[in-house]
Design a protein around this ligand. Sequence first.
Ligand code: SAM
Ligand code: SF4
Length: 354
Amino acid sequence: MLDQYGRNITYLRISITDRCNLRCKYCMPNEVTDVGMKNILTFEEIWEIVRAGVSLGITHVRITGGEPLVRKGCVDLIRGIRAIPGVETITMTTNGVLLRTYAASLKEAGLDGLNVSLDTLDFEEFASLAGRQNLKEVLDGIQAAKEIGLPVKINAVNRKELNPISLVLYAQQEKIPIRFIEMMPVGYGKQYVGRSNDELRACLEDEFGKSEMITYQANQKKQISEQISHMAQTLHTKEVPIGSGPAVYYRFSELTIPVGFISAIHGKFCESCNRVRLTAQGYLKLCLCYDKGIDLRQILRGEEALRNEKNIQKALNEKLTTAMRAAIYKKPAAHCFEHPEEMTEINEMVKIGG
Ligand code: SAM
Ligand code: SF4
């Protein structure tokens, strides 16, 4: 569906848990009080929301968290979403710690691809940044996904201390696309001085030669989006790698992998934003910056009001769809990261899903 600014909203990010097995300094450095399972959406509730979303034009679903793989039954949840007619792609963002255990079943359940967050290849730095020593498991998880042909991309947050060269060399060696994400002033991210992706790209050019933005014709977008999801297996220098999200991809003269840059701060892409977010507790968020949105859990659990309806399921779907349509229509024009005092989102990234 189109929002009030004419943007086509096709992408729903679903956080399925607030819990995580890592403690990344910029996301969730401390132990947190558990909100309890009864406050988290059940799988049935998530499927109900996806069904309503699809009727409004959602075609792409990304599962995130917290760490999605720590939620029991995550694979069944994915299988259920995959079975909903109208869901064209379903992907996941994970820290990769449990990936080796689940890679094969995720593929079998119909997952189309994975983004694995990887900020460093240095064991000591990983332990210090992520609070736990699990780098080996993450690298193992990436290998496991590759072995079974589940497309993987690497995401690294652009911190001032980041060593992008080693990550790009690793990605090149593994033939995996890599993307750099500018640090956003959300939650603990506020305490970090990020650097712009343009600075980072200049630093990569010193090492890997001149870079050139990969462009495409508007009418190629869908076809190209499909290509990227199969890129891990079919990567060649000449392929055009564009995903369904805000990454801008570059080709470096001495690399064969595409390098993506998600530059929310220095390259605002709100005009083409196509996404909304569902928190684990069922709040439909319209923009990372603001607390604006709608509590869908309240609608789902307020079935009392529907008790007299003959077909409760149909009535619930209609109620959800109407509420989601009204909320999505009002999606804010743009984020306000450059004016942090205007931000109304107070939650950490782990509660929002990144
Ligand atoms: N646990 C999973 C993971 O780490 O991939 C999924 C959830 S995590 C919140 C999703 C993504 O958000 C990760 O790639 C993480 O690096 C990123 N992230 C967290 N805090 C951020 C911030 N302040 N700015 C930019 N990205 C951030
Ligand atoms: Fe956990 Fe992901 Fe946040 Fe790290 S970035 S603490 S892995 S949710």
